[in-house]
Design a protein around this ligand. Structure first.
Ligand code: ADP
Ligand code: MG
Length: 229
Protein backbone atom coordinates (compact mmCIF):
# COMPACT_ATOMS: atom_id res chain seq x y z
CA UNK A 1 0.00 0.00 0.00
CA UNK A 2 2.76 2.40 1.07
CA UNK A 3 6.32 1.95 -0.11
CA UNK A 4 9.02 4.40 0.89
CA UNK A 5 12.67 4.10 -0.07
CA UNK A 6 15.58 6.23 1.10
CA UNK A 7 13.36 9.26 1.64
CA UNK A 8 15.00 12.58 2.45
CA UNK A 9 13.44 15.91 3.30
CA UNK A 10 14.99 19.24 4.21
CA UNK A 11 13.34 22.52 5.05
CA UNK A 12 15.07 25.50 3.52
CA UNK A 13 14.89 28.78 5.35
CA UNK A 14 16.89 31.44 3.60
CA UNK A 15 20.48 30.27 3.58
CA UNK A 16 19.81 27.66 6.27
CA UNK A 17 18.70 24.14 5.56
CA UNK A 18 17.30 21.74 8.14
CA UNK A 19 17.69 18.07 7.20
CA UNK A 20 14.61 16.52 8.84
CA UNK A 21 14.18 13.08 7.22
CA UNK A 22 17.50 11.36 6.58
CA UNK A 23 16.86 8.21 4.59
CA UNK A 24 13.55 6.66 5.60
CA UNK A 25 12.80 3.09 4.46
CA UNK A 26 9.29 2.05 5.35
CA UNK A 27 6.49 -0.07 3.91
CA UNK A 28 2.92 -0.57 5.02
CA UNK A 29 0.63 -3.34 3.81
CA UNK A 30 -3.12 -3.21 3.52
CA UNK A 31 -4.92 -3.59 6.85
CA UNK A 32 -2.05 -2.55 9.11
CA UNK A 33 -2.43 -0.27 12.11
CA UNK A 34 0.93 1.46 12.56
CA UNK A 35 2.05 3.85 15.28
CA UNK A 36 4.74 6.33 14.28
CA UNK A 37 6.47 7.30 17.51
CA UNK A 38 9.20 9.66 18.45
CA UNK A 39 9.87 12.74 20.54
CA UNK A 40 8.83 16.21 19.47
CA UNK A 41 10.82 17.38 16.46
CA UNK A 42 11.84 13.90 15.35
CA UNK A 43 10.08 14.32 11.98
CA UNK A 44 6.83 12.42 12.55
CA UNK A 45 4.52 15.08 11.12
CA UNK A 46 6.89 15.74 8.25
CA UNK A 47 6.77 12.05 7.32
CA UNK A 48 2.98 11.86 7.69
CA UNK A 49 2.51 15.02 5.62
CA UNK A 50 4.62 13.54 2.82
CA UNK A 51 2.62 10.30 2.97
CA UNK A 52 -0.53 12.45 2.91
CA UNK A 53 0.71 14.37 -0.16
CA UNK A 54 0.55 17.60 1.79
CA UNK A 55 4.26 18.13 1.29
CA UNK A 56 7.01 17.15 -1.13
CA UNK A 57 10.26 15.31 -0.50
CA UNK A 58 13.74 15.85 -1.92
CA UNK A 59 15.23 12.45 -2.55
CA UNK A 60 14.21 8.79 -2.62
CA UNK A 61 10.80 7.46 -3.61
CA UNK A 62 7.30 7.15 -2.25
CA UNK A 63 4.72 4.87 -3.84
CA UNK A 64 1.10 4.80 -2.75
CA UNK A 65 -0.97 1.93 -4.13
CA UNK A 66 1.83 1.38 -6.70
CA UNK A 67 1.67 4.98 -7.92
CA UNK A 68 4.88 6.99 -7.66
CA UNK A 69 4.06 10.12 -5.69
CA UNK A 70 6.65 12.63 -6.81
CA UNK A 71 6.44 16.17 -8.14
CA UNK A 72 2.72 15.86 -8.86
CA UNK A 73 0.97 19.02 -9.92
CA UNK A 74 -1.55 20.31 -7.39
CA UNK A 75 -4.63 19.12 -9.31
CA UNK A 76 -3.34 15.59 -9.56
CA UNK A 77 -2.19 15.60 -5.94
CA UNK A 78 -5.61 16.85 -4.81
CA UNK A 79 -7.28 14.11 -6.84
CA UNK A 80 -5.17 11.35 -5.34
CA UNK A 81 -5.54 12.86 -1.89
CA UNK A 82 -9.35 12.82 -2.12
CA UNK A 83 -9.38 9.34 -3.56
CA UNK A 84 -6.81 7.63 -1.35
CA UNK A 85 -6.41 9.47 1.93
CA UNK A 86 -8.35 10.51 5.01
CA UNK A 87 -6.86 12.88 7.59
CA UNK A 88 -7.37 13.34 11.30
CA UNK A 89 -5.52 16.02 13.27
CA UNK A 90 -4.87 16.77 16.92
CA UNK A 91 -6.90 19.99 16.71
CA UNK A 92 -9.85 18.31 14.90
CA UNK A 93 -9.94 21.00 12.16
CA UNK A 94 -13.72 21.09 12.05
CA UNK A 95 -15.52 24.06 10.55
CA UNK A 96 -16.90 25.89 13.55
CA UNK A 97 -20.00 27.40 11.98
CA UNK A 98 -21.14 24.11 10.44
CA UNK A 99 -23.05 21.38 12.25
CA UNK A 100 -21.55 17.92 12.80
CA UNK A 101 -23.44 16.46 9.84
CA UNK A 102 -22.48 19.38 7.57
CA UNK A 103 -18.82 18.87 8.49
CA UNK A 104 -19.10 15.21 7.47
CA UNK A 105 -20.98 16.12 4.27
CA UNK A 106 -18.23 18.46 3.11
CA UNK A 107 -15.98 15.93 1.32
CA UNK A 108 -19.02 14.62 -0.57
CA UNK A 109 -19.68 18.03 -2.18
CA UNK A 110 -16.73 17.53 -4.44
CA UNK A 111 -17.93 14.15 -5.66
CA UNK A 112 -21.08 15.24 -7.44
CA UNK A 113 -23.39 13.34 -5.12
CA UNK A 114 -26.97 14.60 -4.80
CA UNK A 115 -27.96 16.53 -1.66
CA UNK A 116 -30.35 13.95 -0.17
CA UNK A 117 -27.84 11.16 -0.65
CA UNK A 118 -25.00 13.23 0.76
CA UNK A 119 -27.05 13.83 3.87
CA UNK A 120 -27.99 10.19 4.29
CA UNK A 121 -24.40 9.02 3.82
CA UNK A 122 -23.07 11.58 6.29
CA UNK A 123 -25.68 10.55 8.87
CA UNK A 124 -24.72 6.89 8.42
CA UNK A 125 -21.07 7.77 9.08
CA UNK A 126 -22.00 9.81 12.15
CA UNK A 127 -24.03 6.81 13.31
CA UNK A 128 -20.94 4.60 12.87
CA UNK A 129 -19.03 6.81 15.30
CA UNK A 130 -21.96 6.90 17.75
CA UNK A 131 -23.02 10.49 17.10
CA UNK A 132 -26.27 10.23 15.17
CA UNK A 133 -28.10 12.21 17.85
CA UNK A 134 -25.55 15.01 17.67
CA UNK A 135 -25.86 15.59 13.93
CA UNK A 136 -27.30 19.09 14.15
CA UNK A 137 -24.96 20.31 16.87
CA UNK A 138 -22.12 22.75 16.27
CA UNK A 139 -18.55 21.74 17.16
CA UNK A 140 -18.66 24.19 20.09
CA UNK A 141 -21.47 22.11 21.60
CA UNK A 142 -19.43 18.89 21.45
CA UNK A 143 -16.77 17.49 23.80
CA UNK A 144 -13.22 16.98 22.53
CA UNK A 145 -13.82 13.26 22.06
CA UNK A 146 -17.02 13.91 20.14
CA UNK A 147 -15.27 16.45 17.91
CA UNK A 148 -12.57 13.93 17.11
CA UNK A 149 -15.23 11.32 16.28
CA UNK A 150 -16.87 13.80 13.89
CA UNK A 151 -13.45 14.39 12.33
CA UNK A 152 -12.99 10.63 11.93
CA UNK A 153 -16.43 10.30 10.31
CA UNK A 154 -15.50 13.13 7.93
CA UNK A 155 -12.21 11.41 7.08
CA UNK A 156 -13.97 8.09 6.43
CA UNK A 157 -16.91 9.35 4.38
CA UNK A 158 -14.95 9.45 1.13
CA UNK A 159 -13.84 5.83 1.70
CA UNK A 160 -10.07 6.43 1.74
CA UNK A 161 -7.65 3.55 1.32
CA UNK A 162 -5.50 4.91 4.12
CA UNK A 163 -6.41 6.89 7.23
CA UNK A 164 -3.66 9.20 8.52
CA UNK A 165 -3.94 10.53 12.06
CA UNK A 166 -1.45 13.06 13.47
CA UNK A 167 -1.61 12.96 17.29
CA UNK A 168 -5.38 12.24 17.20
CA UNK A 169 -5.48 11.97 21.00
CA UNK A 170 -3.04 14.80 21.67
CA UNK A 171 -5.77 17.17 22.91
CA UNK A 172 -7.77 14.57 24.84
CA UNK A 173 -7.71 13.21 28.39
CA UNK A 174 -6.76 9.57 28.80
CA UNK A 175 -10.30 8.11 28.98
CA UNK A 176 -11.37 10.00 25.89
CA UNK A 177 -8.12 9.03 24.15
CA UNK A 178 -8.96 5.38 24.78
CA UNK A 179 -12.44 5.90 23.31
CA UNK A 180 -10.99 7.44 20.17
CA UNK A 181 -8.38 4.67 19.87
CA UNK A 182 -11.12 2.09 20.33
CA UNK A 183 -12.91 3.63 17.34
CA UNK A 184 -9.66 3.58 15.37
CA UNK A 185 -9.25 -0.12 16.22
CA UNK A 186 -12.82 -0.79 15.08
CA UNK A 187 -12.19 0.93 11.75
CA UNK A 188 -8.92 -0.98 11.36
CA UNK A 189 -10.71 -4.26 12.13
CA UNK A 190 -12.99 -3.58 9.18
CA UNK A 191 -9.84 -3.71 7.01
CA UNK A 192 -8.74 -0.09 6.79
CA UNK A 193 -5.03 0.74 6.74
CA UNK A 194 -4.27 3.31 9.45
CA UNK A 195 -1.16 5.28 10.48
CA UNK A 196 -1.22 7.02 13.84
CA UNK A 197 1.43 9.53 14.85
CA UNK A 198 1.85 9.72 18.61
CA UNK A 199 4.50 10.43 21.20
CA UNK A 200 2.62 8.42 23.84
CA UNK A 201 3.73 4.84 24.46
CA UNK A 202 0.24 3.91 25.79
CA UNK A 203 -1.40 4.97 22.54
CA UNK A 204 1.25 3.23 20.42
CA UNK A 205 0.55 -0.05 22.25
CA UNK A 206 -3.04 0.05 20.97
CA UNK A 207 -1.67 -0.28 17.42
CA UNK A 208 -0.26 -3.45 15.81
CA UNK A 209 3.17 -2.15 14.89
CA UNK A 210 5.43 0.56 16.27
CA UNK A 211 7.86 2.52 14.11
CA UNK A 212 10.21 4.73 16.12
CA UNK A 213 11.74 7.84 14.62
CA UNK A 214 14.72 9.59 16.08
CA UNK A 215 16.35 12.62 14.47
CA UNK A 216 14.86 11.74 11.11
CA UNK A 217 15.86 8.09 11.07
CA UNK A 218 13.84 4.96 11.86
CA UNK A 219 15.58 3.43 14.87
CA UNK A 220 13.06 0.68 15.56
CA UNK A 221 10.28 -1.07 13.63
CA UNK A 222 8.46 -3.94 15.32
CA UNK A 223 5.15 -5.78 15.26
CA UNK A 224 3.56 -5.90 18.71
CA UNK A 225 0.77 -7.69 20.53
CA UNK A 226 -1.91 -5.08 20.25
CA UNK A 227 -3.67 -3.92 23.40
CA UNK A 228 -7.24 -4.61 22.30
CA UNK A 229 -9.77 -2.13 23.72
P1 ADP B 1 7.34 16.05 15.01
O1 ADP B 1 6.00 15.93 14.36
O2 ADP B 1 8.00 14.73 15.24
O3 ADP B 1 7.27 16.84 16.28
P2 ADP B 1 8.05 17.70 12.73
O4 ADP B 1 8.03 16.79 11.57
O5 ADP B 1 6.88 18.58 12.93
O6 ADP B 1 8.33 16.83 14.06
O7 ADP B 1 9.33 18.63 12.68
C1 ADP B 1 10.65 18.14 12.51
C2 ADP B 1 11.61 19.31 12.46
O8 ADP B 1 11.35 20.10 11.31
C3 ADP B 1 11.48 20.26 13.64
O9 ADP B 1 12.75 20.69 13.98
C4 ADP B 1 10.65 21.38 13.12
O10 ADP B 1 10.93 22.59 13.79
C5 ADP B 1 11.05 21.45 11.66
N1 ADP B 1 9.96 21.89 10.76
C6 ADP B 1 8.73 21.32 10.65
N2 ADP B 1 7.99 21.95 9.72
C7 ADP B 1 8.77 22.95 9.23
C8 ADP B 1 8.58 23.97 8.23
N3 ADP B 1 7.45 24.07 7.53
N4 ADP B 1 9.61 24.81 8.00
C9 ADP B 1 10.77 24.72 8.69
N5 ADP B 1 11.01 23.79 9.63
C10 ADP B 1 10.04 22.92 9.90
MG1 MG C 1 4.12 16.59 14.90
Amino acid sequence: MINIKDLHKSYNMGSNSLHVLKGINFSVSEGELVAIMGSSGSGKSTLLNIIGMLDNYDKGSYELDSILIKDLDETKAANYRNKFLGFVFQSFNLINYKSAVDNVILPLYYQGIKRKEREKTALDYLDNVGLKNWASHLPSELSGGQKQRVAIARAMVSKPKVLLADEPTGALDSNTSTEVMSLIQKINNSGKTILVVTHEEDIAKMCKRIVKLKDGIIVEDKKINQKVL
